[in-house]
Design a protein around this ligand. Structure first.
Ligand code: NAD
Length: 498
């Protein structure tokens, strides 16, 4: 069986801990590879290698660092199709969707190519008599990224591209469920001219994550995954004195106002609710029609669309979505559907019994649609992370605004309306980090920043965009006076500009 080890010091190395995880082929249910799960020693070895390589990389001028990323873009584009196939085979999403995963990652690499400009500091001439003052950004040293299974190309690139562009060395701990693409991306970075040791991939589970939290030489951790683990890593990392940003789970609402273009709203809900089998942190999982009449019109149109969703193996380019990532994920999503029924929600479309002909052991699940879900139900409060959409009927706009605002998660939200006043009021008042107006999945582009509020995001700075440069650098401010400007005598009073 294919064995996936680690990528340390510029080459693939076998795992030494003796522990392995299984990498499935979700479309058939088979085990396709085993992945090494690192112990503390292996993590420590990667950090030592990174620590030795980092000063030389930081000393290169930023244009040279950018050129490595440019070359990487070129190589990744040449391999785009095979990367997408590998990604789809390990994750389960369709190949066209896998291409989107890679493309959204590459866009952040493109952003990071602007590092000579992005890292520029500030300068004040004559800040005092003969005094100049300037601020510069310097890399942190060795930093780590811990990433989830659902975007195995995009999120690793969101992490390592800006960090490496800033002159840091990087330890990536990708999801143990689909490590193939992150390993290949690291190889491509080497082929692009990155010095050995600047990007290392350490595969593993909780043991590797705990080793990252404990390692004194790792100065920052960027995490993306579920909220419970985000909180754990945030607390542990901060207590260990690191800079930490953790992005967690979600429950994204889409408000449908009475004046919305209903065809557009239904299309948006079908794509954003069921694309990638709902395994997206920006998936819409709650539809909130405003008023009974809007709700009836919406539900009437949603039912046939959910019933006719085309589910297929990842290799079927015409499938709307493919299998879920593991049998465990299917079990969890099914149990949430059972729970919704027990809680009294109306299950209008039941995808629990779906089997894929010819792929009976694959991790498939049909689309499910609940109506009359209420805010006290667990299926409303908790993240399901599967092809399940809940309709929560709101009496009026105020109630619709209050639902995402009061929810413990605050990643993304959308409003569908033709009323500019309502849209503006909503965007201003809703307590959620990313808002779409007639846009169901408002994932900001690379040069803006991505981040949720409340239990969807822990830390002060967002991912990618200008925040990523702030996160991966520290600012130093230098006050300088040359001898000709020095006054005679000692000063005992704090210098001021009076
Ligand atoms: P997960 O939390 O299970 O795993 C994420 C990472 O944490 C993996 O690398 C995993 O190995 C590690 N991990 C898992 N259990 C751990 C433990 N007990 N201790 C330490 N580390 C542990 O998440 P997942 O299932 O891979 O991904 C899905 C989740 O990620 C969803 O909740 C989704 O909403 C979230 N997500 C959030 C964003 C965002 O930007 N907010 C983006 C994508 C995914």
């Amino acid at each position: 069986m294919r064995e996936i080890g680690h990528f340390i010091g510029g080459r693939q190395v076998a795992g030494r801990s003796g522990r392995y995880g299984e990498v499935f082929l979700p479309m058939t249910g088979e085990v396709q590879a085993k992945v090494a799960l690192a112990g503390k020693d292996e993590l420590h070895e990667a950090v030592e290698v990174a620590k030795a390589a980092q000063p030389g990389w930081a000393a290169q001028n930023p244009q040279k660092r950018a050129r490595v990323l440019m070359k990487f873009l070129d190589l990744a584009h040449k391999e785009f199709d095979s990367l997408a196939e590998l990604l789809a085979r390990e994750h389960g999403k369709t190949v066209p969707d896998a291409k989107g995963d890679i493309q959204r990652g590459l866009e952040v690499v493109e952003f990071a190519c602007g590092i000579p400009h992005l890292m520029k500091g500030e300068f004040t001439e004559n800040a005092g008599p003969g005094i100049d003052m300037y601020s510069i950004r310097q890399p942190l040293g060795v930093v780590a990224g811990i990433t989830p299974f659902n975007f195995p190309a995009m999120i690793p690139m969101w992490k390592f591209a800006p960090a490496i562009a800033c002159g840091n060395a990087f330890i990536l701990k990708p999801s143990e469920r689909d490590p193939g693409v992150p390993m290949r991306l690291a190889e491509l970075m080497m082929e692009a001219g990155l010095p050995a040791g600047i990007l290392n991939v350490v595969n593993g589970d909780k043991e590797a994550v705990d080793a990252i939290i404990e390692d004194r030489d790792i100065k920052a951790i960027g995490f993306v995954g579920s909220s419970a683990i985000a909180e754990y890593i945030y607390a542990g990392g901060c207590a260990a004195g690191k800079r930490v940003q953790c992005f967690g789970g979600a429950k994204n609402h889409m408000i449908v106002m009475p004046d919305a273009d209903m065809d557009q709203a239904v299309d948006a809900l079908i794509g954003a609710g069921y694309g990638s089998a709902g395994e997206r942190c920006m998936a819409i999982s709650v539809a909130v029609p405003v008023g009974e009449e809007t709700a009836n019109r919406l539900v009437e149109r949603l039912v046939p669309r959910v019933e006719s969703l085309k589910i297929g193996p990842s290799t079927d380019p015409d499938a709307d979505f493919g299998p879920l990532v593991t049998a465990e994920a299917v079990k969890k999503v099914r149990s949430y559907v059972d729970l919704g029924v027990a809680e009294g929600a109306e299950l209008l479309v039941d995808g629990r019994g779906f089997t894929m002909q010819g792929y009976e052991n694959g991790f498939y699940m049909g689309g499910c649609l609940f109506d009359r879900v209420s805010p006290d139900m667990r299926i409303y409060k908790e993240e399901i992370f599967g092809p399940v959409l809940s309709v929560v009927r709101a009496r009026d706009y105020e109630e619709a605004l209050d639902l995402p605002t009061s929810h413990e998660y605050g990643n993304g939200v959308a409003i569908f309306t033709r009323d500019g006043d309502a849209a503006r009021d909503f965007a201003s008042k809703v307590e959620v980090g990313m808002v779409g107006i007639n846009v169901p999945i408002p994932v900001p582009l690379a040069y803006h920043t991505f981040g949720g509020w409340k239990r969807s995001g822990f830390g002060d700075l967002n991912q990618h965009g200008p925040d990523s440069i702030r996160f991966y650098t520290k600012t130093k401010t230098i006050t300088s006076r040359w001898p000709s400007g020095v006054k005679e005598g000692a000063e005992f009073v704090i210098p001021t500009m009076r």
